[in-house]
Design a protein. Structure first.
Lengths: 417, 234
């Protein structure tokens, strides 16, 4: 019986505290609302602008703070009162307050910049709801509009030289934006998923959530299977090894502009892949620094694969078709899809008869002596042969025409005889 | 061969290309033209004109289909031509005229000597001189080689079973340059013989009418002229 009695006592005590709390908040709130419950109450700012001082009781009661009292935030408020001290959310929300103070927004606000958002600009004032509440301003499906209210605003963008409006707008058309806006998916990435919420910093700062070094882990929060594959790839290993040039997710996929791979605008759409890969692999500095084979793009574009892809035949093999993408490895790695031993299988994906015999020889054929000597020799032979032939044709024709002037009367005469 | 006497005192004409040869020539011309256009636009795919032509044909896939269709026509002609030249009576007669002999080589050297002013006499040709024979055999061998490599490339899935990739690379490059070679022969040599040569300029009309002037024959192919005269055709 003993535990049951303890529970009873605890229950009664809890109920008592709640009632007492409400009893304390109730009258106090009511007293404030005697004035602030009037929807026409406003004050004039020095500039002559009117600001409403109305507090919607219904909204407030439904808010996350609805069970509290006005004085909980507006400390020292009496009735009637003059100018109150600013509300300090950080008094209760210390961690959030600290994070915010370290953010770009917080740092600027500390300097007195009123354009940057404070707590209320994102969370609301009397109507603050939990982020999990679909009616909250910070609810997953609502937060983008809150961020874009400023970040799509041309005057703000220009004033602070923020990333072009277009970049921000691009998010709305991106695969994440569409999933959020059109499909209403809660799993769709929204601004704070990547940028963080309170401690938002520009991506070039090491502490930023969107700093290069953190991108794979960041994307991996949702795309965890891909992260696992990427970590095994040469790009992933390089990135983890501290090589800043090693590509992270956004280098290939883009960030705000990220679209489905089936979208022709995507950087990883089949037709755009050679361009995307070669944006690093055609760079002299990069291929020298990491001892990568050169002329990979030109030797690809010269093949039928390259030509066909260039002309829009997306079934033709692109870089990723053979090398893989998230799992890309150097050919020297036995696990690589382009390792000599694996070539028959890799080629066989499209060409079922391409066996061990076929895999002999280079795939990227650089027509040069010592690299593809056979092809080089044939090309030289034909070039010389055709050139000499043309030269001889021209010579012969020229001589024939000259000689003919001598011939005509003679020939005619002869046959007449 | 028959002689044609021009009405109202027109020039005397002789048949140089029989109907069968004119048909073969026309088909060859059309298929080679299509093959050259669809082939070179792939070989020189970076060229802007190539891009325009490929788009005109409805994409790279259609280009391949057109190229292969023309190739089938060309190869069918090659097979037909071989049989025609070896089996039919008219073909065999023509084939004998086309056979290379030591005289052709001598003629070639003598023509050069004459053109350089080292010999006093220009060689006297039969129905086909060394120019025509070079043209004929060059094109025939070229077409044979380009057909062979073309088949290997077309049946790439079968080829891959037997040939290593570098062999296919070789096949591809031979196919392309062989095409260029045939094109060059046609452009320089054939154009010269039948269009630019002063005796036929602007065009030898035999490929359309089948006939040439007896006078032309007498000047350019005197041995044939004399042969026809001896046979009583002229």
């Amino acid at each position: 019986m003993k535990p049951v009695r303890t529970l009873w006592i605890a229950g009664i005590l809890a109920a008592g505290i709640c009632l007492a709390g409400q009893a304390a908040a109730g009258p106090a709130g009511d007293r404030c609302l005697e004035c602030h419950g009037d929807s026409t109450i406003e004050k004039m700012l020095p500039g002559g602008k009117a600001v409403s001082l109305f507090v919607d009781q219904k909204d407030y009661r439904a808010s996350v703070h609805g069970k509290g009292e006005c004085a909980g935030c507006h400390a020292g408020a009496t009735s009637p009162h003059g100018k109150l001290a600013p509300v300090s959310c950080g008094r209760c929300h210390a961690a959030a307050g600290k994070s915010y103070s370290e953010s770009t927004h917080g740092l600027d606000r500390a300097k007195g910049n009123r354009d940057v958002p404070g707590c209320a600009d994102c969370h609301g004032r009397h109507d603050i709801r939990k982020p999990s509440d679909p009616k909250a301003r910070t609810f997953r499906l609502n937060i983008v509009a809150v961020c874009l209210a400023c970040h799509k605003d041309r005057t703000i963008e220009e004033k602070y030289r923020l990333p072009d409006q277009v970049v921000m707008e691009a998010y709305e058309q991106s695969v994440h934006g569409m999933a959020m806006r059109k499909s209403g998916l809660l799993g769709a990435a929204v601004c704070p998923d990547c940028h963080g919420n309170h401690r938002i910093l520009p991506g070039d700062q090491p502490r930023s959530a969107t700093h290069r070094q953190k991108i794979p882990t960041l994307c991996g929060k949702c795309h965890s299977g891909i992260l696992e594959t990427y970590e095994q790839s040469i790009h992933g290993k390089g990135m983890r090894g501290g090589i800043a040039e090693s590509p992270v997710c956004t280098d290939c996929h883009g960030e705000h502009t990220i679209t489905k791979i089936t979208d022709p605008a995507s950087r990883v759409f089949a037709r755009n892949i050679p361009k995307t890969c070669s944006s690093c692999h055609e760079k002299e500095a990069i291929s020298s620094r990491y001892a990568l084979p050169k002329k990979r793009l030109s030797t690809y574009m010269d093949t039928f694969h390259g030509v066909a892809l260039e002309y829009g035949m997306t079934t033709a093999a692109n870089c990723a078709s053979c090398h893989g993408f998230h799992d890309v490895l150097p050919a020297s790695d036995p696990a690589s899809s382009v390792n000599k031993a694996n070539l028959p299988r890799t080629c066989g994906k499209c060409h079922p008869n391409a066996g061990v015999n076929f895999a002999k020889g280079n795939v990227h054929v650089e027509v040069a002596y010592g690299k593809a000597t056979g092809v080089f020799a044939v090309r030289v032979f034909y070039t010389v042969f055709i050139s000499v032939l043309v030269l001889m044709f021209v010579l012969h024709v020229g001589m024939d025409l000259l000689g003919r002037r001598r011939r005509s009367p003679q020939a005619t005469e002869e046959t007449k005889k | 061969m028959k002689t044609m006497r021009g009405e109202s005192g027109g020039p005397v004409q002789v048949i140089r290309m029989s109907f069968m040869f004119r048909v073969q020539h026309l088909l060859l011309m059309v298929s080679l033209f299509v093959l050259a256009v669809t082939g070179f636009e792939l070989m020189y795919h970076e060229n802007r004109l190539s891009r325009f032509l490929i788009d005109l044909e409805g994409g790279i896939l259609n280009r391949g289909i057109i190229h292969r269709a023309a190739a089938v026509a060309l190869m069918a002609q090659l097979v037909f031509h071989v049989f025609y030249m070896l089996v039919s009576r008219a073909g065999r007669r023509e084939f004998r005229e086309f056979l290379l002999t030591a005289k052709d080589f001598d003629d070639f050297l003598q023509a050069i000597r004459f053109n350089l002013g080292l010999a006093g006499e220009y060689p006297r040709f039969g129905k086909y001189g060394y120019k025509e024979k070079f043209q004929y055999w060059g094109a025939t061998i070229g077409i044979f080689l380009i057909s062979l490599t073309g088949i290997v490339l077309w049946a790439e899935n079968v080829s891959m079973r037997f040939l290593p990739k570098f062999m296919l690379d070789l096949t591809l490059i031979i196919h392309g340059y062989q095409g260029l070679l045939i094109f060059v022969i046609l452009l320089f040599w054939h154009l010269y013989i039948v269009h630019l040569h002063p005796s036929v300029f602007p065009m030898n009309r035999a490929w359309l009418t089948g006939r040439v002037d007896a006078e032309w024959l007498r000047e350019e192919h005197p041995l044939e002229y004399e042969k026809l005269k001896g046979e009583g055709v002229l």
